[in-house]
Design a protein around this ligand. Structure first.
Ligand SMILES: *Cc1c(COP(=O)(O)O)cnc(C)c1O
Length: 500
């Protein structure tokens, strides 16, 4: 199947090239020319399979250039009991008659990014082999906290690749920091930047587009690619878990076949909820896509007004992986809202780059609002959601998922739509133990307990086991101490790649 760029429809590549390049040369994002439909045959086939088999069946639809053997090998290698601590990989947990938690944090880094980043490196190396690529691929990543570690885990020691991760110095949790700076592997680089995620992401995108650097890279037989959700290979594995959850809910008799349900998704770069949109577009009976933001509420405002305005204060919140003002993947949705008019997308993106804002017309806004509902939770609302969910449902949420829970409750109150909802749970609460304990009225435990004792306390309080992946961090050496400013990122990359 062919993929086109959102900024130039005449640019067409195969699914393998879309994954290998990560981003189109003129800055656009690759999208499939046609969204495959979820037929009954496909659903039945997926229902009979384990998670790896479900993923393989769906990936084969979106990535037909890959041999079935390559896809099976990739999904089996990614989704198994060595890498995930739940045999279902992405289990659905019933919290009440109308609320179900889709737990996406059973992988090696305890956040949902693992689901895509365990399989992406495998798809990438197979694409390199099958397209006779002999350049070494340098994966350049900007992270708001979770992508960094998940990408490092996925790409460490993978042949023909190296990986460079930039994270905001003061924008990640204790655990996220320790996970990244202690990363082992012969091909990994990690650096802190003085700035926030948007600074890192913007600088990474401009390094990708740097013609002069591209030439020097080519001379050294190097090529950049991306493991951020701008890479299509990040998105397609995320479509799988929405379909898998639907199948599980039907099997458990929590949902009738064909019955519509809502999804509530904590959102930052708009990747996870966009995967839900593609699942809906392919025929999954999702009614409303409830898009939840934290205090960095640019998406909530956009969904309510049609004006995307990034000229606002940036907040560091207790849900750091959502501290984003420029949501890259929105571009893919804009392409659909514009009826695939690439000129229109170009003009919006130029406005965004030059004026930090753009607006869409009434008709596009109506289409948007027929599918999406946007809301946001501030810091105290996020903590209240953690506290009340623990009290009423005996379930401990991490701060990101709590944002979605708050927004879902608001949606239900305002719209009176109480149909069943899948609450997309994106991180283990243990990754953010200090803020979760605060929300549960244990006060500031950072003063009295060490990081790892806090995990044990949260385990007692929640009745959940501390994830082994976090316990293993105890005593790990700090390996990566590089820091730089955002204007130094390019030279830092050159140094890491041995180009200067
Ligand atoms: C990345 C992340 C999000 C935001 O997901 P997007 O795909 O960027 O919208 C939400 N929660 C957690 C825990 C994350 O790591």
């Amino acid at each position: 199947m062919q993929y086109v760029s959102t900024r130039n429809k005449t640019l067409k590549v195969s699914s393998m090239e879309a994954i290998k390049y990560g981003i189109s040369q003129e800055g656009g994002l690759f999208v499939p020319i046609k969204i495959p439909s979820l037929t009954d045959d496909l659903l039945n086939l997926m229902a009979k399979s384990d998670y790896a088999g479900r993923a393989a069946a769906l990936l084969a639809q979106f990535l037909p250039e890959y041999s079935r053997e390559d896809i099976d090998e990739s999904t089996k290698g990614a989704y198994n009991e060595k890498t995930f601590d739940s045999p279902s990989i992405a289990p659905v947990v019933k919290l009440s008659e109308d609320l179900f938690s889709l737990e996406l944090w059973h992988g090696p880094t305890c956040a949902f990014k693992d689901i895509a980043l365990q399989v992406l490196p495998k798809l990438m190396t197979k694409a390199l082999k099958n397209t006779q690529e002999n350049a070494k691929i340098a994966i350049l990543v900007a992270t708001s906290g979770d992508t960094g570690k998940a990408a490092l885990e996925g790409f460490k020691d993978v042949d023909q690749t190296s990986i460079i991760v930039f994270y905001p110095e003061n924008g990640v949790s204790d655990m996220q920091w320790l996970q990244m700076v202690s990363q082992e592997g012969t091909n990994v680089h990690v650096a802190a930047i003085e700035g926030n995620f948007d600074d890192a992401q913007t600088a990474v995108k401009s390094i990708f587009a740097d013609e002069e650097l591209k030439i020097r890279m080519a001379n050294a037989n190097l090529r950049f690619s991306s493991a951020n959700s701008i890479n299509w290979g990040r998105l397609v594995p995320q479509i799988v878990y929405y379909i898998s959850a639907y199948i599980d809910m039907i099997e458990n008799k929590w949902l009738e076949k064909g019955e519509s349900f809502n999804v509530a998704v904590p959102t930052g770069n708009f990747g996870n909820i966009l995967a839900a949109y593609y699942a809906k577009a392919s025929g999954l009976p999702i009614h409303k896509l409830i898009c939840a933001s934290n205090s960095n509420n640019v998406l909530a405002d956009f969904l309510n007004t049609g004006v995307y305005d990034a000229r606002r204060k940036f907040f560091n919140t207790v849900s750091p992986s959502m501290d984003i003002l420029i949501s890259s993947n929105l571009e893919r949705l804009l392409f659909e809202l514009a009826n695939r008019d690439d000129a229109k997308v170009r003009s919006w993106m130029t406005d965004l780059k030059e004026n930090q804002r753009f607006d869409i017309e009434k008709e596009a806004l109506n289409r948007l609002e027929s599918m999406f509902w946007g809301g946001w939770a501030d810091e105290s609302q996020t903590k209240m959601a953690i506290n009340s969910t623990h009290k009423t449902l005996n379930y401990v949420l991490d701060p990101h998922t709590a944002v979605a829970k708050w927004v879902l409750d608001e949606y239900r109150n305002q719209m009176g739509d109480y149909r069943k909802c899948l609450l997309v749970s994106t991180a283990s609460p243990f990754k953010f133990a200090d803020d979760v304990l605060k929300a549960l009225n244990y006060g500031d435990t950072t003063e009295v307990l060490d990081k790892f004792d806090r995990l044990d306390l949260l385990s007692e309080v929640s009745g959940m086991n501390v994830p082994a992946a976090l316990v293993q961090l105890k005593g790990k050496k700090i390996i990566h101490t590089t820091r730089c400013t955002k204007s130094d990122m390019k030279t830092t990359v050159e140094k890491m790649l041995g180009l200067n």
